[in-house]
Design a protein around this ligand. Structure first.
Ligand SMILES: Nc1ncnc2c1ncn2[C@@H]1O[C@H](COP(=O)(O)OP(=O)(O)O)[C@@H](O)[C@H]1O
Ligand SMILES: [Mg+2]
Length: 260
């Protein structure tokens, strides 16, 4: 692999609860490399540590031990939000529930333009508005979308707004934590198509957390299988899904009714 765009070494995360005193290890020592332009799908059942790993890669959480590098730079969460601005520029994030991440009082245009302001990318309000509109169009929303509020959109459209907001500043890496899980089958297929397009057009690197193996199959080159805080298998999606090596992956796939 040429120098990976995302690289984790010996990454761990333990959660400590004071009363009763106990420690949950959400992530055991984990190494992960993602090449530029690669789409990595992280699968595994609920509680496997998928979201924990994604948050650590994004600098949204501080590892108990280990390191993360993005684009060759160390992610130092302890240094504070200001010093991680470069990381916010390099990355975009989409979560499962778009409604929770969209401010209901703001128009879609302002929501999408906001990162350009917050990241110091576009100080001019008119230019921000233009870029927001263009990005809304790019994710397939109608012309008047920019002037409407989140509640005026369907769930699928709201996820498109969240996606527009995640990519408006031109990040090289898009991380999705179950971004399609709240959507019905038809809308999910549409957003998969959109993400595929964006991957090609913008050479996006994709890190996609999903308990839905079909989504990972449709979008990713590489599958990473997690069980109880550990990566138990990793390989090309087709290989992992067609001839899984780890017993856990086999069980996980047997639970899926049909794979094309
Ligand atoms: N903020 C937290 N405090 C305590 N435990 C947590 C926290 N976040 C996650 N965990 C625990 O870490 C483990 C992994 O969780 P998570 O990364 O959310 O898994 P997944 O995304 O695969 O469902 C689980 O046992 C979960 O209960
Ligand atoms: Mg999760």
């Amino acid at each position: 692999m040429t120098r990976p765009i995302v690289s984790a070494r010996g990454l761990t995360r333990a959660y400590r609860a004071p009363r009763p005193a106990r420690t949950t290890t959400a992530l055991y020592p984990t190494d992960l490399d993602v090449a530029a332009g690669e789409a990595v799908g992280i699968i595994g059942e609920s509680g496997a540590g998928k979201s924990t790993l994604a948050r650590l890669l994004l600098g949204l959480d501080r590892p108990t031990s280990g390191t993360v590098e993005v684009a060759g730079r160390p992610v130092d969460v302890a240094a504070g939000a200001r010093s991680l601005r470069w990381l916010r520029r390099e990355t975009g994030i989409v979560f499962q529930d778009p409604y929770a991440s969209l401010d209901p009082r703001m128009t879609a245009g302002r929501i999408v333009g906001e990162p350009l302001w917050a990241l110091g990318i576009e100080p001019d309000a008119t230019a921000r508005r233009e870029r927001a509109r263009a990005t809304l169009a790019q994710v397939g929303l109608p012309d008047d979308a920019a002037d409407r509020h989140p509640h005026e959109f369907s769930g699928g459209q709201r996820q498109r707004i969240a996606l527009a907001r995640a990519v408006v500043h031109g990040p090289r890496i898009l991380v999705g934590d179950e971004p399609l899980s709240a959507l019905d089958v038809t809308v999910r297929a549409q957003i998969i198509g959109l993400l595929r397009e964006m991957r090609v057009r913008q050479n996006l690197t994709l890190v996609l957390v999903s308990h839905d193996i079909g989504v990972v199959q449709a979008l990713c080159d590489t599958a990473v299988v997690m069980q109880s805080g550990r990566v138990v298998e990793r390989g090309p999606v087709d290989r992992v899904l067609r001839s899984p090596e780890h017993p856990y992956t086999k069980r996980l796939l047997e639970a899926v009714p049909t794979l094309p």
